[in-house]
Ligand binder design. Structure first.
Ligand SMILES: NC(=O)c1ccc[n+]([C@@H]2O[C@H](COP(=O)([O-])OP(=O)(O)OC[C@H]3O[C@@H](n4cnc5c(N)ncnc54)[C@H](OP(=O)(O)O)[C@@H]3O)[C@@H](O)[C@H]2O)c1
Length: 194
């Protein structure tokens, strides 16, 4: 097991042995602008190719849980190499290539089971705002891309009291030609009462 604070190693540090449903971490993966915006018109409100690559690396191999609207916003369904779990109240909803779950808690439980089967230590909650809000109390880690801009949008990250969280790493994401904004990846972990 590694002891580094690098987000890359943190996301995969548990390995198959010793992984069980109790030590699976529920981790949010989100990109948030300075004004709290995360979405516009059912899509991402920016072009940030580097963050999409980062998202892929952070979530690859893991179960990913998302709301129905985020599923419908995906350019390609399902996201490859990951167990896609879609939450909807619509009993008739079908999502080819994904699991469909009627409730967030049920989706997380399925995610935990699949994480154990895959030998990974995280279930990634990938949005959107409604889903983040629904499972905020379950989150233990947040991969928070701070987008250094204020784009217009109609969907914002839910209010979160950061007093109960500590930033364990923070590093700039190298800006490429297809990135509209500068961005920084922060990894936050929930403080546990001692
Ligand atoms: N910046 C980022 O990191 C990021 C990440 C993800 C998404 N986004 C953006 O965020 C926007 C979408 O977010 P959103 O909040 O509108 O939608 P969402 O959270 O993706 O999906 C909402 C839907 O999920 C289902 N749902 C949510 N809570 C539920 C609950 N407690 N029980 C059962 N079902 C539940 C419902 O589906 P039904 O209506 O079918 O019942 C609800 O309408 C898009 O613009 C997307 O691009 C941004």
């Amino acid at each position: 097991m590694t002891t580094t604070n690098s987000p890359w190693s943190r996301s995969t540090d548990a390995g198959p042995e010793g992984t069980n449903g109790n030590n699976i971490v529920i981790a949010f993966v989100v990109a948030v602008a300075e004004n709290g915006v995360i979405g516009r018109d059912g899509r991402l409100p920016w072009r940030l190719s580097s963050d999409l690559k980062l998202f892929r690396r952070l979530t690859m191999g893991k179960p990913i849980v998302m709301g129905r609207r985020t599923w419908q916003s995906l350019p390609k369904q399902p996201l490859d190499g990951r167990d896609n779990i879609v939450v909807t109240r619509d009993e008739s909803f079908t999502a080819p290539g994904a699991y469909v779950s009627a409730a967030p808690a049920e989706a997380l439980e399925l995610g935990r089971r699949l994480a154990v089967e895959r030998g990974v230590n995280e279930v990634a909650v990938i949005g959107g705002a409604a889903l983040y809000a629904a499972v905020l109390d379950d989150a233990r880690r947040i991969y928070w891309t701070a987008v250094h801009g204020c784009p217009e949008g109609d969907t914002t990250f839910p209010d979160i009291n950061l007093d109960g969280w500590t930033t364990v790493s923070e590093e700039p994401i190298a800006r490429g030609p297809n990135d509209e904004f500068e961005a920084t990846l922060k990894v936050l972990e929930r403080l546990t009462a001692s």
